[in-house]
Design a protein around this ligand. Structure first.
Ligand SMILES: [Zn+2]
Length: 516
């Protein structure tokens, strides 16, 4: 084995040319990855017990070099990137040193990252090594690239020098948005260091930047909250409130942590299910309704019309003539009970079918509503006019049909018709409408999302006998929230690291929190 102190003298290993090559390139570079088979082969070798021998490292290195994209400059950072933990990484650096191989920013970055992957607590020597490597990077580069900043944040936040991460975060922001891991590492360390305000500021900024808080961050908040003098129950409530305000789900892992809290903590959490009618099977209480009030609906409608006619947004692929033609139709035929996005329905089971099959799908959905005596508007495109069939005839005779020009987008017409028609009107589409929600600004986009959740239906499937299976909206709060009786209902997702579907989750917690 190689002695610890000699392994980490990065300054001596630094190859000046490589440093110059990387310095100042502060955008995030694409990650070079070997073929999957190569990765699997190397991972299997590195997953075996103990660090590889010099010969085995030799073999691993040359396996990657056999792929033509790799050369002496980039091969070593790739090997380090595949190391499963810190001790194997250190072993490779020792090998590099023995072979007299030079190092560069990418290599140091990958090595810094590996400090996260150790099961033992870091030793004082490890902390000193991280600080030395980081200091040397900063001495030799006025600006670090985003990847290196992220690697350094991962390592620095394991040490008492963690506050330097904030400077690196700013450096990443010069050109882009920091990744979730960087934010989470800093927030976690801030909470564990008792810097509550900074921790929450990181969490907020992360969510504003569409990054995802992870389990460690929330667990570190709970750990901090358990300390003497902290109002534990109130802190749990603060966390739940945050997830509500920022549309974040907690994972089952956090759910388990909440469930295993002792009674004295003031928080009692029980597993529960929620019915489609918003009832909790544990406390029999109801979830909060998301139904949009008449007043909020008017505000949403006004803002939408303003976006169309004042700011000339939304219908930006539509001619003024076409928009006028549509307004005339609306004037004559509103209100509708439901507005259907025809093409969205037609293509919902693939777009490799015949026009007759498309028309059959749309007709089946129209028939479903007509049987309930509903007044239906179908938005389609002009090319649907060529789908000559008895189904198209049925659609024309039983609903209002508006065909847009082929290059227009359908969703603006759909939303306009539904909003113009009134607060009770539903719409039928699988489209997520994210772009339009974004355009309406923060306050109104919240109303838009609730209105969408309340009124959007979509097609699940059509049975052979022509009956349609429809996904109906869940008209209750999707995120953790407090009900009227002071209980919290908290949906749980499988994994806190992946963006979950914004829909009703199957698993919930029913929580009572002691009021101070
Ligand atoms: Zn309940």
């Amino acid at each position: 084995m190689f002695s610890r102190s000699s392994v980490f003298c990065v300054r001596r290993l630094f190859c000046a040319e490589n440093v110059r090559f990387y310095a100042g390139v502060f955008q995030k570079s694409a990650r070079l990855k070997p073929a999957n088979a190569t990765v699997d082969y190397i991972k299997a070798k590195l997953g075996a017990n103990g660090a590889p021998t010099v010969e085995e490292w030799e073999d691993i290195r040359s396996t990657i070099l056999n792929e033509r994209r790799f050369n002496d400059t980039n091969v070593d950072s790739v090997v380090l990137g595949l190391c499963p933990n810190l001790s194997i990484g250190k072993s490779y650096v020792g090998y590099m040193q023995e072979k007299g191989l030079g190092t560069n920013l990418a290599i140091v970055g990958k090595l810094l990252r590996l400090y996260r992957l150790t099961e033992d607590r870091l030793t004082d020597q490890d902390e000193a090594d991280i600080w030395r490597m980081y200091s040397e990077l900063r001495e030799q580069n006025s600006v670090l690239d985003a990847n290196t900043c992220e690697h350094a944040i991962n390592a620095l936040t394991l040490t008492k020098h963690w506050r330097h991460s904030l400077e690196l975060l700013d450096m990443i922001k010069i050109i882009g948005t920091p990744d979730s891991t960087s934010y989470n590492c800093i927030a976690t360390k801030a909470f564990l260091s008792g810097e509550e305000t900074l921790g929450w500021a990181m969490l907020k900024e992360m969510c504003d930047n569409k990054r995802l808080p992870n389990d460690e961050t929330f667990l570190s908040w709970l750990e901090y909250s358990r300390r003497d003098g902290q109002p534990f129950a109130k802190n749990v409530e603060k966390m739940l409130q945050f997830t509500n305000e920022n549309s974040v789900f907690l994972s089952k892992h956090i759910g388990n942590a909440l469930k295993s809290l002792p009674k004295e903590s003031g928080v009692v959490a029980q597993e529960t299910r929620v019915t489609d009618n918003g009832k909790c099977s544990n406390c029999k209480g109801s979830l909060a309704s998301i139904v949009v009030t008449e007043e909020s609906f008017q505000k949403l409608k006004e803002k939408f019309l303003e976006a169309i006619f004042v700011n000339k947004e939304i219908f930006n692929r539509t001619t003024p003539d076409e928009l006028r033609r549509f307004q005339n139709v609306l004037k004559k035929t509103t209100p509708y009970d439901v507005v259907i996005d025809g093409l969205n329905v037609a293509f919902s089971s693939g777009n490799q079918k015949s026009p007759t099959a498309y028309a059959q799908q749309v007709a089946a959905v129209v028939r479903h509503y007509v049987r309930q005596k509903k007044r239906v508007l179908v938005i389609g495109r002009q090319h649907m006019d060529k789908w000559r069939s008895k189904e198209m005839k049925y659609i024309r005779e039983n609903s209002f049909l508006f065909l847009t020009e082929d290059l227009s987008q359908d969703d603006p017409f759909l939303l306009y018709a539904a909003l113009e028609s009134g607060p009770q009107t539903d719409f039928f589409s699988r489209d997520l409408m994210r772009k339009h929600s974004f355009m309406l600004g923060d306050t109104v986009s919240g109303i838009f999302k609730r209105w969408q959740q309340e009124h959007q239906y979509s097609l699940l499937s059509i049975l052979p006998d022509g009956r349609v299976m429809i996904k109906a909206p869940f008209k209750y709060e999707l995120y953790a929230h407090k009900s009227v009786d002071n209980r919290w209902h908290v949906p749980l997702v499988e994994c806190g690291y992946r963006i979950p579907k914004v829909e009703k989750q199957p698993e919930w917690l029913c929580l009572s929190i002691a009021q101070a």
